[in-house]
Design a protein around this ligand. Structure first.
Ligand code: NAD
Length: 324
């Protein structure tokens, strides 16, 4: 398919796992692409692999002047702009480990996460929209996350920033629809990238076993959705958030198993341990609880841990509901 022939796309975080696959897909479909990333050298490397169809820029999306310069650079290189893919986000280990809950998160982590993951998306839209409108319309695709639609026992700043992106998507769609600019978001579930694989380790394999199809998503799956939402094939889809991969089977199984145990009376404290509304985080965490690393709960159940308790040896905070 050549859905992007003659069109120009601007991709942030283009040197990362999903970003690189998005660039590849758009180039394969005929687009010329501005590859941007905070790691400028990596962005230029990705662009170089696509010859004259791509150009790389160093860009911190949290720096508005740099965003304007990168958009201007894209216009100078290709002369137009049709598609913006807001994909960059803070995924580094230091930020993730500091991103805990409302009580303990350092202000610096909260502010930087919201600034990059939400305000950075706004900056890119602000500087891209006039050019997209001048080209007669186009599409904005915001990569959000399932975390923006659920609660979790850790990563309050990341989840809040992604929820902001989802809300921003609806507003952009409403406010710029008249200029023929569609804006949609994608909320991926767990996607295996070199970085996420390194962070999650074996826990990914455990989570994969609980996915409805028994496997996790690949960056190419998200890239295919980006290409669809960026093309005119999705011309009547605007302001939507498309979920890509979900943990439904796990959640239902966990709930069913919890109810069975509660009914049989073997876990009389289950309801007390399992505050209402935490089934979402259980979906992610229950498979992890089953791994050997988490056996300490089973071996020292004298005082049931509260939801959100800190696990020894890990800064990750986690729901200890033993309802699976
Ligand atoms: N991988 C997953 O499981 C998953 C799940 C849900 C959502 N997502 C979302 O998908 C997007 C891509 O994630 P990924 O898995 O490819 O992560 P990744 O870490 O592989 O890529 C993120 C890229 O963003 C870049 N970046 C970081 N801060 C930046 C900044 N301030 N300015 C510009 N670039 C910056 C990084 O250098 C990196 O290349 C992110 O928005 C992430 O939140 C990923």
């Amino acid at each position: 398919m050549n859905r992007f022939e003659g069109r120009v796309a601007f991709v942030t975080g283009g040197a990362g796992g999903i970003g690189k696959a998005v660039v590849q897909r758009l180039v394969d479909e005929g687009a010329q692409v501005a590859v941007t990333d905070i790691v400028g050298e990596a962005a230029r490397e990705v662009a170089a692999a696509h010859g004259d169809r791509a150009v790389g820029f160093a860009l911190d999306i949290g720096d508005e002047a740099a965003v304007k310069a990168a958009v201007d650079g894209t216009m100078a290189a290709f002369g137009r702009l049709d598609v913006l893919v807001n994909n960059a986000a803070l995924t580094d280990m230091a930020t993730m480990m500091g991103d805990t809950d409302a009580v303990t998160i350092p202000n610096a982590v909260w502010e930087r996460t919201l600034h990059v993951n939400a305000t950075g998306y706004l900056y890119c839209c602000r500087h891209a929209i006039p050019h997209i409108a001048a080209a007669g319309g186009g599409a904005i695709i915001n990569v959000a996350s399932g975390s923006g639609m659920l609660g979790d026992s850790a990563r309050i700043a990341y989840g809040t920033s992604k929820a902001a992106v989802i809300a921003m998507t609806r507003y952009m769609a409403t406010q710029h629809g008249a200029q023929k600019i569609r804006c949609n978001a994608i909320a991926p579930g767990p996607i295996v990238t070199p970085h996420s694989r390194k962070v999650a380790g074996k826990e990914f394999d455990i989570i994969a076993r609980h996915m409805p199809m028994g496997e996790l998503g690949e960056p190419a799956d998200i890239a295919a959705l980006v290409a669809f939402l960026g093309s005119s094939e999705s011309r009547y889809i605007n302001g939507q958030t498309c979920r890509a991969a979900w943990l439904k089977r796990c959640r239902r199984r966990a709930r069913r198993a919890g109810m069975r145990r509660a009914r049989s009376g073997c876990r009389p404290t289950l309801r007390r341990w399992t505050p209402r509304g935490c089934s979402a985080c259980c979906a992610t965490v229950i498979p992890i609880l089953r791994s050997p690393r988490w056996r300490w709960w089973r071996s020292s159940p004298a005082t049931p841990p509260r939801c959100g308790s800190r696990c020894p040896g890990r800064t990750l905070r986690c729901c200890p509901c033993d309802c699976a």
